[in-house]
Design a protein around this ligand. Sequence first.
Ligand code: PRP
Ligand code: URA
Length: 209
Amino acid sequence: MDDMVRVSQHPLVRHKLGTLRDRTTEPQRFRALVGELAQLLFYEATCDLRLETRTVQTPLAECAVETIAERVGLFPVLRAGLGMSHAMLEALPSCQVWHLGLYRDHHTLQPVTYYNKLPPKPNIDLAIVLDPMLATGGSAVAAIDIIKRWGVQRVKFVGLIAAPNGVAAVRNEHPDVPIYLAAIDSQLNELGYIVPGLGDAGDRQFGTS
Ligand code: PRP
Ligand code: URA
């Protein structure tokens, strides 16, 4: 795997991912874990954000401090990316959040876009696409296509679990997009589910199975 694909080896990520995969983990805990993992990966995905300095007055003296100088847009893919964007927004409240509605057709596994309310012109410096599952990669590639066509060229993808096919699809179609993950599993099954994976990330977050 090249250095554009980063699978976190942090013990907190490894630990929380195990509980997330467990079929006995209930939606409430599952949602919390999606958020906790998203924050940990967000920390890694934002490690190169540009900073600028300003001066504040502490109770004791003047002090030069740093502040984030870039405008970050979060692009959760509905539905499953929602739990990730909430948690990231807690970590960096100045983020813009733009929802992208995409679902996979169950027969063709091709992504279908059903919601996109992007304004005519972007005013962000970095777009981060959020989707816990990178299976065939169709949804991620479609989301990145939409964002680049909109006018933002600096894009990152943050997911939780990927299949090798999904990683390869994003690498082929968008080789400039770094991918941040908690795991890459061995395969997809015949229905397009990641194995061992965690099942359906949307259903498990929202109790809809
Ligand atoms: C899931 C997941 C991704 C997509 C991944 O969404 O959240 O968006 O499948 O699959 P792909 O890499 O093969 O495109 P789903 O279509 O189940 O929609 P939902 O979140 O609304 O249930
Ligand atoms: N979407 C999911 O929610 N889970 C998978 O394993 C594949 C796609």
